[in-house]
Design a protein around this ligand. Structure first.
Ligand SMILES: Nc1ncnc2c1ncn2[C@@H]1O[C@H](COP(=O)(O)OP(=O)(O)OP(=O)(O)O)[C@@H](O)[C@H]1O
Length: 630
């Protein structure tokens, strides 16, 4: 077959464009990327050879070699790993298959815009890692010769990184694995010097368990032992960080590094990291984790189901088991009882370490950073893992009416007012909008704190977790406000409102007028400044949850709401007087009926809901304003 010319996927072309104009300040990281790929390729072959020993026959010593050629001005990175066939070369080196790529590209173009505007480097690309494509930061042309383990045919892939690449058969491919030849750009001769290459390997790839050989030197330039098998005291923070970059393909700092060995019935070593920033694919529907499973230093698979609970899927790193059988197939893993035991052990340990961070009064801001990134994921555990519920509730943080800082449930309970039983919350998308909600007025006036719960997942865990330390969770937009029993801080608050019966006629008239449009009309305990609001009945679905379900087409019906009126509000007082004077069948009947509809529509607007009949609303409003001006 002759050579074929193919185009890069559009995202790759855009990425290459950015890479060529290098956003990386340290170009040398291209080597880290290529060595990381080579090491992954060796890991993959080692796993495959467990069941097909022929694959490594004749050459079982995995290694990565870097060969500079000063005359040709090329740097060659070769491995004897799994290699790639034609389809894999096209697929892996022509597209970006990773989930979340679309989001990333969007973020990237924003960044490009921001940079034009002269804003600070957001180092987004650094967080994502451009992998193989980083080769084009230093090379004007890249050739990949590759032969897949077990295949007879070898291939050559080549590109100048400008929109297209060629792929064709090659007699020059290694016996097994890949050889990447970088034709260095002018000015990149640094990467032809052995000592320079050695120092880069030491810096970024010391933890790689495959030996990396540079030039003619027979001694590997890296320590070539799996980092997690070394003693903690022998590992520097820098080495942990580089290992985190390698396993996670992310380039932020680890927020937390957890390195421990579980001993007892089961033995396994864990080197896990919590990233400092949110990975792009955190909310993909599969909710897959990315932790790598090894058995006695042999890489088995990434992200096996059942090893890490979904609510901890932000963890990165490796788990190395001493007990699982080496020939465990990926498919059978999931049903292995040892895996379930490891999962429990890992969850306990991670949550325990998080609890220590959460309890540390000096680390408040630090924990808040973690919470902002991963709190929404952690909360999934509240309904998915009963055994960890109490621990997770202790880790929970939320904004509240108390101030600008995240608060814990313990803080909240400590501030509860005499006579207050419940933990009050309000759900919605946006904290600032929630803070303006009329439902909060009475709570504010009595100094009762209300939590703002703004993650979609909040609606779900609140269905199954009903209380914290005997205090029920209660939505301020549902049921009665129960504020009568709470002693106000401010005595003025206790001054009696207009007696309820003064608005009884208005309430009766509104009920009659609004009929089926509402479940009930009643006077409100929770309003102070606003005239009206809508609430859900005690047993009904919360307004925000219902709206969310409808948006996702999981619900067709809308439950009826209760319209609450504030008997202390001047408008309500005035309407109440009119309703009383008018009696049944009075001359003001029509105007009062219009007023009732306007009150309901106003409450809907405050709730952020669309009006079912905006034309009627407009007409009624016009009539009223006109009368008012007359
Ligand atoms: N030396 C190699 N041997 C075998 N396969 C390779 C090699 N280098 C790259 N690949 C394949 O190409 C794919 C794409 O590599 P690339 O570096 O772009 O992305 P990645 O390693 O998946 O992730 P990242 O971009 O975070 O590094 C790899 O996932 C792998 O399948």
């Amino acid at each position: 077959m002759s050579e074929e010319k193919l185009s890069f996927q559009a995202e790759v072309s855009r990425l290459l464009d950015i890479v060529a104009h290098s956003l990386y300040s340290e170009k040398e990281v291209f080597l880290r990327e290529l060595i990381s790929n080579a090491s992954d390729a060796c890991d993959k072959l080692r796993y495959a050879s467990l069941t097909q020993p022929d694959l490594t026959a004749g050459d079982a010593n995995f290694r990565i070699t870097l060969t500079p050629d000063t005359a040709a001005r090329t740097l060659t990175i070769a491995d004897n790993g799994i290699g790639m066939n034609r389809e894999e070369l096209v697929e892996n080196l022509g597209t970006i298959a990773r989930s979340g790529t679309a989001n990333f590209m969007a973020a990237l173009s924003q960044k490009a815009e921001a940079e034009k505007a002269g804003e600070k480097d957001l180092s987004l690309i650094g967080q994502f890692g451009v992998g193989f494509y980083s080769a084009f930061m230093v090379a004007g042309e890249v050739e990949v010769f590759s032969r897949k383990a077990g295949d007879s045919q070898g291939w050559r892939w080549a590109s100048d990184g400008k929109g297209s690449f060629t792929v064709g058969e090659s007699d020059d491919a290694p016996a097994r694995g890949s050889r990447i030849v970088l034709h260095l750009r002018d000015g990149e001769d640094d990467y032809l010097q052995t000592y320079r290459l050695q120092s880069i390997v030491k810096k970024y790839s010391d933890h790689i368990s495959i030996p990396v050989l540079v030039g003619d030197d027979e001694k590997p330039a890296n320590a070539a032992s799996a980092l997690w098998t070394r003693s903690k005291s022998d590992i520097t923070a820098e080495q942990y960080k580089e290992f985190y970059h390698h396993v996670s393909h992310a380039f932020d700092e680890p927020w937390l590094t957890l390195h421990w060995r579980a001993e007892g019935v089961l033995e396994y070593t864990n080197l896990l990291f919590i990233p400092e920033s949110k990975p792009f694919d955190l909310f993909e529907p599969e909710r897959k984790h990315r932790v790598k499973l090894y058995v006695r230093r042999v890489f088995i698979t990434e992200g096996p189901e059942g090893l890490i609970p979904a609510y901890l899927r932000f963890l990165r790193g490796v788990v190395d088991s001493e007990d699982l059988p080496l020939n465990v197939s990926r498919e059978m893993l999931q049903h292995n009882p040892m895996l379930a035991k490891m999962r429990t052990g890992i969850a306990k340990r991670v949550l325990g370490d998080l609890a220590r961070k959460a309890d540390d009064a000096d680390a408040k801001a630090d924990y808040a950073r973690f919470w902002e990134n991963f709190g929404a994921v952690l909360k999934e555990g509240l309904y998915e893992e009963r055994e960890q519920r109490d621990t997770l509730l202790k880790l929970l943080r939320a904004y509240s009416t108390h101030g600008d800082e995240l608060v814990s449930l313990e803080d909240y309970v400590g501030r509860m007012k005499p006579g207050q039983d419940a933990i009050y919350y309000i759900t919605g998308e946006d904290k600032a909008a929630l803070a303006r909600s009329p439902h909060l007025e009475g709570f504010r006036a009595k100094g009762v704190e209300v939590l703002f719960l703004t993650d979609a997942v909040d609606e779900f865990w609140l269905q199954s977790v009903t209380q914290y330390k005997d205090h029920a969770f209660k939505s301020v937009t549902r049921g009665g406000a129960d504020l009568a029993n709470v002693t106000a801080e401010d005595k003025a608050e206790e001054t009696p409102k207009a007696p309820e019966d003064s608005v009884a006629d208005l309430v009766a008239l509104a009920k009659l007028t609004l009929g089926d449009a509402v479940k009930d009309v009643r006077t409100s305990e929770r309003l102070r400044e606003s005239a009206v609001c809508l609430v859900a009945d005690e047993g009904d679905m919360d307004i925000h949850l219902e709206r969310m379900l409808k948006a996702h087409r999981r619900l067709d019906e809308t439950s009826k709401r209760i319209l609450e009126v504030n008997p202390g509000h001047p408008l309500i007082r005035r309407l109440a007087e009119l309703a009383k004077a008018n009696g049944a069948g009075g001359a003001q009947g029509e105007a009062l009926a219009d007023a009732a509809w306007l009150l309901l529509d106003q409450a809907r607007i405050l709730e952020g809901e669309a009006l079912p009949d905006p034309v009627a609303f407009g007409r009624r409003l016009a009539t009223f304003v006109e009368k008012g001006l007359a």
